[in-house]
Design a protein around this ligand. Structure first.
Ligand code: F6R
Length: 605
């Protein structure tokens, strides 16, 4: 939810800290702040501002030279997005600064206690309690910031990534994490701490994972990781496989458009080496035999990928599948046992609800096979097996290429389960694989419709609402189209199963209501059913934009996509829906890459 970066090393700290914040701004963008350790023993230099990072940057005209600092870009939880509530927060002497991502659940009681002890609070945040607590603990531990951090973490409830810096030791930054992301970037004479690797990818590709309840203590040349008891832990190193250019806009007007155009490659990269069967290295940790049911847990767009996965797994692997919103699943004590296969789907690998739902299932003995795009994040780390999607970094808040690769991952898992369970013949398997292999070039063909589709979309910019219809796997596609439009165009949008129309939603249709029909493969029984649904809404005044692999005479506008296997159609049909949402956001003057009220990675409940 918030973006966090820390730098200590040979460079002037402002530059890597600001650069990291620019890369992390997708995580939250309602205020930003920086603290630099300029002179040993003197108060820290600090600047923070409500609004996007640009607001902060415009104030940074005379910044003193410093070689270490921390920076934060916020998505507000406790306390509105004001200058005062922006991070970093300082202790009463102004020498200790702290930034935080997550929620401190016991902050009220901590605050009361700290106020009794004479601490003065300046903000309404949960975070400020921690900086005062840390200040007291540091004094108690003779100035040892890492020891203080360990003590403080054991007193906190909730989720957090914390970074702290004290001017008595200007080159030292101490971090900690629980249920919230933090990675270490290992440089040459400089080290980094950040919410994700994109913050420091331009400087180093060497990273270290941090586990749950671990404290990391860095200087320019040294990194020490401990648990909360203070035992030194071995370092888990990994190499980042993408480079800085992947996290740049590369000439595109917005990250979202760039990411839409990256979809053929993302799909190809996710398929590579996997169509003949999943690598035994992927499945080594999990026994997929004797499973009695599959439960897919996810949120938002990833949930829609899970719905498509249900159709494929039930058909190809002949096993019953439930798809659950993680936030609902985790609190209703569902029945789950050792014969349940749980598939959490998450781009970030850090979504709190998905993580907690998965932990619940694991505690009941379920086998967990994650689908994730972020190497080393918490969800894959806590799973028995993981199928990584290879979408690369997704910076725009609205998910596009990650969704397509999640769909691919679901097809690959469905094929694998079908093979393990003997429910899929090799001819069926090969036919599907043949279609999968053609998808990257077919997405390229769909991308050729982008410009005319953008022009068409602008015609509907004043519409009060837009509806999306689909059947079979076209239904989750319709849901995804509606979600994209809501989050980007701030416009009423809903997705419906075509067959449900007559049970209520058709009352929404008015003269001129734009309705997007995701058509099943032309010539199929379901295509005929959808054609009837389209007639029903058209007769009530709707304007029909149809997406399909043939021509629908009743459509006012037809967007052609190449024919493919019926189950794979969402991979192609969703691309025009992404473009509609993208263009509608621009037409309505909205911020495409950073829509209001949202953040990319939802690491709070
Ligand atoms: C919508 C979107 C969100 C995410 C959801 C889950 O465009 O991006 O709905 O899909 O927050 O996030 P992950 O996949 O990181 O768990």
């Amino acid at each position: 939810m918030c973006g966090i970066v820390g730098y200590t090393g040979k460079a002037t700290a402002l530059s890597p800290v600001l650069e990291g914040l620019r890369r992390l701004e997708y995580r939250g963008y309602d205020s930003a702040g920086i603290a630099l350790a300029v002179t040993q023993g003197e108060p820290l230099w600090i600047e923070k501002r409500a609004g996007k990072l640009g607001n902060l940057e415009s104030t940074l005209t005379t910044v003193p030279d410093a070689h270490s600092g921390i920076g934060h870009t916020r998505w507000a939880t406790h306390g509105g997005p004001t200058d005062r509530n922006a991070h970093p927060h300082l202790d009463n002497e102004g020498k200790l600064a702290l930034i935080h991502n997550g929620i401190i659940e016991n902050y009220v009681e901590l605050r009361e206690e700290l106020e009794k002890r004479g601490h003065t609070f300046k903000s309404e945040t949960d975070t400020e309690s921690v900086v005062h607590l840390l200040s007291d603990a540091r004094k108690k531990h003779g100035g040892d910031l890492a020891a203080a951090m360990r003590e403080v973490c054991s007193q906190l409830r909730g989720s957090f990534t914390l970074l702290a810096i004290h001017s008595d030791e200007p080159g030292r930054i101490v971090g900690a994490r629980r249920n919230s992301p933090l990675v270490v970037g290992v440089g040459d004479g400089e080290n980094f701490l950040a919410s994700d690797v994109s913050a420091f990818i331009a400087h180093t590709k060497h990273a270290l994972e941090l586990g749950q309840d671990e404290v990391v203590d860095i200087t320019a040349t040294n990194i020490v990781i401990t648990n909360l008891e203070g035992d030194i832990l071995p370092q888990k190193a990994y190499e980042i496989s993408w480079d800085a250019s992947a996290a740049e806009r590369g000439g595109f007007e917005h990250f979202m458009l760039k990411e839409i155009y990256e979809q053929p490659k993302a799909v190809a990269d996710t398929l590579i080496g996997r169509t003949a069967g999943l690598d035994p290295e992927i499945t080594a940790g999990i026994n997929l035999e004797g499973i009695s049911k599959v439960v897919i847990i996810a949120c938002g767009t990833a949930f829609h990928a899970g719905l498509v996965g249900k159709y494929a797994i039930e058909k190809w692997a002949n096993i019953s599948v439930d798809v659950e919103l993680a936030s609902e699943y985790r609190y209703r004590e569902p029945s789950v046992d050792g014969n349940t296969l749980v598939i959490p789907i998450s781009q970030s690998g850090e979504t709190m609800d998905t993580l907690m739902a998965m932990r619940y299932a694991r505690s009941k003995g379920a086998r967990v096979f994650a689908v994730c795009n972020t190497n080393g994040s918490t969800i894959p780390r806590e799973s028995d097996a993981v199928l990584y999607t290879h979408a690369g970094p997704e910076i725009a808040v609205a998910s596009t290429k990650a969704f397509l690769t999640q769909l691919i991952a679901m097809y690959l898992i469905a094929l694998h389960l079908g093979t393990v369970r003997g429910s899929l013949t090799s001819a069926e398997h090969d036919e599907i694989v043949g279609h999968l292999a053609e998808l990257p070039s077919k997405i390229e063909q769909v991308l050729e419709t982008v410009e005319p589709l953008r022009a068409l979309t602008r015609q509907f910019k004043e519409a009060a609402s837009m509806l999306f219809l689909g059947r079979h796997v076209g239904f989750p596609t319709a849901l995804e189209g509606a979600l994209k439009l809501k989050e980007l165009a701030y416009m009423h949008a809903e997705g419906f199963a075509g067959g449900e129309l007559k049970h209520g939603p058709i009352a929404l249709i008015d003269q001129g209501t734009p309705v997007v029909a995701v058509m099943p493969a032309f010539g199929s029984l379901l295509a005929e059913k959808m054609a009837s649904n389209v007639q029903e809404v058209k007769a009530r005044g709707a304007i029909i934009i149809a997406i399909g692999d043939g021509d629908l005479p009743s459509a006012d506008h037809m967007i052609r996509i190449p024919a493919t296997h019926p189950f794979l159609e969402p991979v192609l049909a969703v691309v025009p829906l992404q473009v509609i949402a993208y263009e509608m956001a621009i037409a309505r003057g909205n911020d495409v890459d950073q829509p209001r009220n949202l953040a990319k990675s939802v690491t709070v409940e």
